[in-house]
Design a binder for this molecule. Structure first.
Ligand code: NCD
Length: 301
């Protein structure tokens, strides 16, 4: 069970048993044509940052479960008129919204919003700054589990802009929770985080990928990189790009993953992204089922 199952905010609130429960429920949804209906609920997507796949994925997850979904265009809504997020939340709650999916550029934003809830509403963190993105980590682990269920035994390499990646943070917590010891982070030194809680860091792609079962590539997040954290993109491509040549360091059945959106030809070559090792679209597909499992766990707890 989750330690605090009213909201879905961080991997740290989960237990290994609850993670497995969500994965199995998501896999079950994937095999079914009909789903339970929770039509008394209303979900609002509050995205203060752009998103396509995560937002649409939550919307489809809600619809599959018979839940109405509202998408707020926060660029043109009352946010522009100076309304603060707390007021938006309380206004929507007064109209019956009880599930809020929140993405914001500020770390811990979803957690702060919890203090402004009036009744029994639930908050799901869909990405807060560089802090965390727990539903993405969950769908990534689901995707791995379906193909290589022996998670503890795997070597997993996460390659790219670790310093600015909320996905990498959540994956680090989740792999630690699930006992994945052979976790490697590969990036130029300047993109290594200051604090390392779990896993090994290396600047060598060859070392990181050697005998890997899974490669998770991350987007070079130009919008988050500060002046003093710059690393030349051309050099990055040369040293760290996942190509048909570099995946040869890994196992012959290596899974190549990416949370998207991808920069083709930068962190990943097109032929790998579209090739037989790629699980990128499977991740996207699994995202809907995993989010169904997450939403259901909150409203039925
Ligand atoms: C990630 C995000 O927004 O944090 N993408 C996603 O949710 N699918 C990663 C990224 O932006 O690179």
């Amino acid at each position: 069970m989750s330690k605090n199952s009213k909201h879905f905010l961080e991997i740290s609130q989960l237990t290994p048993e609850f993670v497995m429960q969500l994965i199995l429920r998501a896999i079950y949804f994937k095999t079914e044509d009909e789903y339970p209906r929770y039509s008394k609920n209303i979900l609002a997507n509050l995205f203060y940052e752009n998103s396509t796949r995560t937002r649409v994925s939550f919307e489809l997850a809600a619809r599959h479960l018979g839940i109405s979904c509202i998408n707020l265009d926060l660029q043109s809504s009352s946010e522009k008129k100076g309304e603060i997020a707390e007021d938006t939340l309380q206004t929507l709650a007064a109209m019956g919204v009880n599930l809020f999916v929140v993405r914001h550029q500020q770390s811990e934003f979803s957690k702060k919003l919890v203090n402004f809830l009036v009744n029994d509403e639930h908050i799901i963190n869909a990405g807060d700054g560089v802090n965390s993105h727990p539903s993405q980590a969950m769908l990534d682990v689901m995707t791995i589990f379906e193909v290589k269920p022996n998670l503890e035994k795997l070597k997993i390499a996460i390659v790219g802009d670790i310093l600015h990646s909320r996905v990498a943070n959540s994956l680090q917590s989740l792999f630690s929770l699930l006992g994945v010891e052979n976790l490697f982070f590969v990036a130029p030194k300047i993109w290594h985080p200051k604090e390392i809680n779990h896993g090994y860091f290396t600047t060598s792609l060859e070392e990181g990928l050697a005998n890997a079962d899974v490669i998770i590539t991350l987007r070079v997040q130009k919008e988050r990189i500060l002046q003093d954290e710059m690393f030349d993109v051309q050099t990055y491509c040369k040293l760290y790009s996942i190509t048909s040549k570099t995946i040869k360091y890994a196992k012959s059945d290596v899974m190549v993953m990416h949370p998207g959106p991808i920069n083709r030809g930068i962190e990943i070559a097109s032929d790998v992204a579209d090739g037989s090792h790629s699980y990128i679209l499977k991740q996207v597909k699994n995202g809907v089922f995993m989010r169904m499992a997450i939403i259901e766990s909150l409203i039925t707890s």
